[in-house]
Ligand binder design. Structure first.
Ligand code: ADP
Length: 250
């Protein structure tokens, strides 16, 4: 589904990613791990269109997407979430989801000059989808709460919900477990698993929570110093002496 080929990213002379290559198969949940400074976030930024690689190529579903901006990737079904959820604080949880839908009424009105009646119909569809999404995530009780008032874990669930409002195929999750309490973490894991197994989402996640990785991810790709150190099952990667050494040197 996704293929990274010899990706390099230089920041004014400093090589943050140094020839990174790996493939992601459709239907998998891949973990990207590695010590701080390994280049994981930079790699994510290149895949998601926030950074143009210095060299190398990225292929998504057979097409070259190297250097494409994030909005074009979004319309192809490649969506990224952030370590710190980017919700609109003053909008409610429901409104936050409605904002993300690719066929929001405002957009449709501008591009197609639809009748007001049609706009209202689209809005109703989007609202129904947002309500369904909140229900799936167990957030119905906070639908009309301002997103800024939600807990860290609820914000992460809402962020996942925002990807569900699009026709996402490949979702990049940036430290989904960070700052989430244990109870909500189990729920987040369960939802990621359902989206993967039942709704066909492929995921790549940057994560430090080994419990979550062990439960959800296969394969695990470990990066160090801008390169892929090893790739394999959780057990293989965890027991590799190079991985231990990379973390010790952090
Ligand atoms: P990780 O996510 O694995 O912790 P990063 O991708 O954030 O690693 O960073 C890899 C390296 O690149 C680090 O040494 C970091 O300081 C450096 N780096 C990241 N972004 C920039 C930037 N915009 N300018 C200069 N150096 C950067």
């Amino acid at each position: 589904m996704l293929e990274l080929n010899q990706l390099v990213m230089d920041f004014s002379g400093f090589r943050a990613v140094n020839g990174c290559s790996f493939k992601v198969d459709e239907g998998t949940i891949t973990a990207l791990i590695g010590p701080n400074g390994a280049g994981k976030t930079t790699l994510f930024n290149m895949i998601a269109g926030a950074l143009k690689p210095t060299s190398g190529t990225i292929t998504f579903q057979g097409g070259d997407i190297t250097g494409l901006p994030s909005n074009e990737l979004f319309s192809k079904g490649l969506v990224r979430t952030f370590q710190i959820p980017h919700e609109f604080h003053r909008l409610t949880a429901l409104e936050n989801l409605m904002m993300v839908a690719p066929n929001q009424p405002g957009e449709a009105l501008l591009s197609n000059w639809l009748s007001w009646g049609r706009v209202k119909a689209v809005e109703k569809d989007v609202e129904a989808k947002a309500e369904e999404t909140l229900e799936f995530l167990g957030l119905t009780q906070v639908a009309h709460e301002r997103a800024g008032n939600l807990s860290g874990g609820q914000k992460k669930l809402l962020e996942l919900g925002r990807t569900m409002m699009t026709d996402a195929k490949l979702v990049l999750l940036d430290e989904p477990a960070a700052g989430v309490n244990r109870t909500l973490l189990r729920k987040l894991e369960e939802k990621i698993e359902i989206l993967n197994k039942e709704r066909g989402y492929t995921f790549i996640l940057i994560e430090h929570d080994m419990e979550m990785i062990e439960k959800l991810c296969d394969p695990v790709v470990c990066m160090a110093e801008g390169r892929v150190l090893i790739e394999g099952s959780f057990q293989t990667v965890r027991s590799d002496p190079q991985v231990l050494e990379a973390y010790l040197g952090e």
